[in-house]
Ligand binder design. Structure first.
Ligand code: AMP
Length: 416
């Protein structure tokens, strides 16, 4: 028996309904704020991720699906959406005319240990807002993320917020943490000791218990912000207050990717047993120039749709979609039933033509397919130009059937 690849699942039935519900809400919100959809390839040249996300990050150093294609080129299944979108903005010269406002949705791949809410193939919805650097843009971007989460009925969440400052702030901060971590070097994990030399900021991402303990006493970035970065951050905070967005400053939030500067944020659930991040994002000042584009800053976020689906288990109700079964009693009624079915389809009424087995079996199939109205066509009915309408899945015990003229079926169903 074949199974799907570990950490990668099939989405169908209730789960694909949930996915479609989330995505249609998110797209509507993106459109409302003026974002257009972009679809980039699932595969990029590996260098795209090395150059943008950073070699020392967990995502690049441990989690990428990288392989040589038949032309001996190193390619990688995208682990996140921003790098590909920015690569595309530059390649397609979209950065000649700023601002650029794009949203995306699609599969991402990370070779991580599968567990609750963590898969090897998962889906993200995200936006990128490029070329409009201002605290207003940061606040709007965070507001969009919050609107998205609220739009699917999740209200118990907070925004965890930090500033990574400008280059000068991060240089000063890096010096301070190198000094601090060097004092604790022997107690750091091997990986963090290596990062101390190559990319000390990434020590703050460590999942090692002892590293986490050492990190909790480390200097904090906010104390090293340049004056401009501090003013910028304070302005973002006060705009979020104006927007009534519930946020909390988290001094140790650095996000797991190298390209961030200034604002960084994550969305965290505040009730229930699952408390991992639902989404995250931030500002990037250098990403476009990494790909050879304009010297423009951008901000974006990505929300993990699979995690939201997990949290929605408790309250998601499938859309009450009316679905009609057209049921001939015997083969003799197939032609008239089929022509009624075609009329319903032409009028945009969701319907099924159910013609296999005896009447009892047909009604069972109609029920399994989620039909809530059956139009039953037997010999007697057809002779008198009538059909029997049966209301299924109803708690009522009376008025479960109704006789109707065949010519009135479409109007009757339209009024339902
Ligand atoms: P990141 O770019 O790592 O901050 O990811 C943004 C969001 O994507 C996270 O907050 C999660 O909701 C989701 N996400 C990241 N990695 C995974 C994964 N392996 N499985 C499922 N969702 C993920």
């Amino acid at each position: 028996m074949f199974r799907s690849v570990r950490g990668m699942k099939d989405l169908y039935g209730r789960e694909s309904d949930k996915f479609d519900f989330i995505l249609s809400n998110f797209r509507r919100i993106g459109e409302r704020y003026g974002f257009g959809m972009i679809y980039t390839p699932l595969l990029e040249y590996t260098e795209v991720f090395h150059r943008s996300i950073g070699d020392e990050t967990d995502v690049v150093s441990k989690e990428m699906y990288t392989f040589l294609d038949k032309g001996e080129e190193s390619v990688t299944l995208r682990p996140e959406g921003t790098a590909g979108v920015i690569r595309s903005i530059v390649c397609e010269h979209m950065d000649q005319c700023l601002p650029v406002k794009l949203m995306y949705c699609g599969e991402m791949f990370r070779y991580d240990r599968p567990q609750k809410g963590r898969f090897r193939q998962f889906r993200q919805f995200g936006i990128e807002y490029v070329g409009d650097k201002s605290p207003y843009t940061d606040a709007i971007t965070i507001a969009i993320a919050a609107d998205c989460v609220r739009s699917i009925g999740l209200f118990d969440f907070k925004i965890s917020l930090n500033s990574l400052g400008d280059d000068e702030s991060r240089e000063n901060y890096t010096k301070a943490i190198v000094k601090y971590f060097s004092r604790h070097e022997e107690r750091l994990s091997e990986e963090s000791r290596a990062r101390l030399k190559k990319n000390p900021l990434r020590i703050l991402d460590s999942k090692n218990k002892q590293d986490i303990e050492i990190c909790s006493m480390a200097p904090i970035l906010l104390d090293y912000l340049s004056k401009e970065s501090r003013v910028y951050f304070n302005r973002v905070c006060s705009l979020l207050e104006d927007y009534s967005i519930n946020y909390e400053v988290n001094n140790f939030l650095v996000r797991g990717l190298d390209y961030y500067s200034h604002t960084a944020f994550e969305i965290l659930p505040t009730s229930g047993s699952y408390r991992e991040a639902l989404g995250g994002g931030g500002r990037y000042d250098k990403l476009l120039s990494v790909f050879g584009g304009q010297d423009a800053s951008g901000i974006g976020f990505a929300i993990g749709i699979d995690r939201l689906m997990l949290l929605m288990d408790d309250f998601f109700v499938q859309n009450e979609r009316r679905k009609v079964a057209v049921v001939p009693v015997s083969e003799d009624e197939n032609p008239i039933a089929f022509s009624i079915f075609r009329d319903l389809q032409h009028c945009g009424i969701t319907s099924e033509f159910i013609h296999l087995g005896n009447l009892a079996k047909k009604m069972k199939i109609a029920d399994r397919l989620g039909c809530d109205i059956a139009i039953i066509l037997g010999e007697n009915e057809i002779q008198s130009q009538n059909a029997t309408i049966k209301f299924m899945n109803t708690r009522e015990t009376t008025n479960k059937t109704k006789i109707i003229r065949i010519s009135d079926i479409v109007n009757f169903l339209r009024s339902k």
